[in-house]
Design a protein around this ligand. Structure first.
Ligand code: NAP
Length: 253
């Protein structure tokens, strides 16, 4: 049975990836905490879906997925790691627990999903990891989130080299602001240091369609939009003090 696995399938880009992949595989395995959202998605798709209402901050969740892969003798054709969140605010505005949670989901869960799925992947398999334009340079007042995404960028690039011989492609997707539920969580602290605006705001469909095409072409990176591409170049060219000054002008305080 050839399957695709999507984490963070209950909303935003994860849900959009499922819609784009509908009809392409024998089954979609969809993972997130909100079971009702996963059931809703399953009803909308033509592909049979297996629902995993799991919290990826918990170690035992990965055992559930690994055991299911073994039991069904599934071949993972595509793994999409979308589960993730960010919270704005300075080090003293975001609790230590929330900072640790960001690391658990954005970094540790993503690595575990790759490690669990890779034994079940063959030549032509693909991994899509949701990174972010916030990985382009260190971001004060969004520090832990941006740092987790810098990890995802570096990890995905090196993993794609490690998997070259197995002909498995790894694509790191680095969007700018995308219209999803991300901001509901990101602003939950009412941090003084959140951005004043989110511009340009890209549609979920546009970002995900490009990411999926890029993954099929075996690209290591997917960046949607000239604005975000320019940011990436500036991140490489500008001294950190200048890049940080520019970012700070976008913040409320
Ligand atoms: N939106 C943006 O502007 C933007 C920009 C760049 C990168 N990204 C990245 O894109 C990815 C997708 O985010 P999105 O924009 O689509 O946001 P979203 O709509 O908030 O989706 C996040 C998904 O992650 C899941 N999730 C969060 N914590 C989880 C946990 N503990 N266990 C299992 N699943 C969990 C959520 O499901 P449940 O709540 O149901 O568990 C949800 O399905 C994230 O990695 C995000 O960092 C977003």
């Amino acid at each position: 049975m050839k399957i695709a696995i999507v984490t963070g399938a209950s909303s935003g880009m994860g849900r959009e990836f499922c819609r784009i992949m509908d009809n392409e595989f024998d089954a979609l395995w969809i993972i997130a905490r909100r079971e009702n959202r996963l059931i809703e998605l399953k009803e909308q798709l033509k592909t049979p879906c297996k629902i995993f209402p799991l919290d990826l901050a918990k170690k035992e969740s990965f055992e559930v997925i690994e055991n299911a892969l073994k039991k069904e003798n599934a071949e993972v054709k595509c793994l999409v790691n979308c589960a993730g969140f960010g919270v704005f605010g300075r080090y003293d505005e975001v609790s230590d627990q929330t900072q640790q949670d960001m690391i658990d989901i954005n970094v540790k869960a993503l690595v575990s999903m790759c490690n669990i799925c890779l034994p079940f992947m063959n030549k032509g398999g693909r991994i899509i990891n949701l990174c972010s334009s916030s990985s382009f340079f260190p971001l004060a007042e969004f520090n832990v989130y941006a740092s987790t995404k810098a990890f995802v960028s570096s990890y995905s690039r090196a993993l794609s080299v490690e998997l070259k011989d197995r002909k498995i492609a790894v694509t790191s997707v680095s969007p700018g602001w995308v219209e999803t539920e991300f901001f509901t969580h990101a602003e939950k602290n009412n941090a003084k240091h959140a951005p004043k605006y989110y511009k340009p705001m890209y549609s979920t469909k546009r970002v995900v369609e490009k990411a999926y095409k890029d993954s099929k072409k075996g690209k290591r990176e997917s960046i949607c939009g000239l604005f975000v591409k320019t940011h990436k170049i500036l991140g490489k060219l500008l001294p950190y003090s200048v890049a940080n000054f520019m970012w700070k002008t976008e913040l409320k305080k």
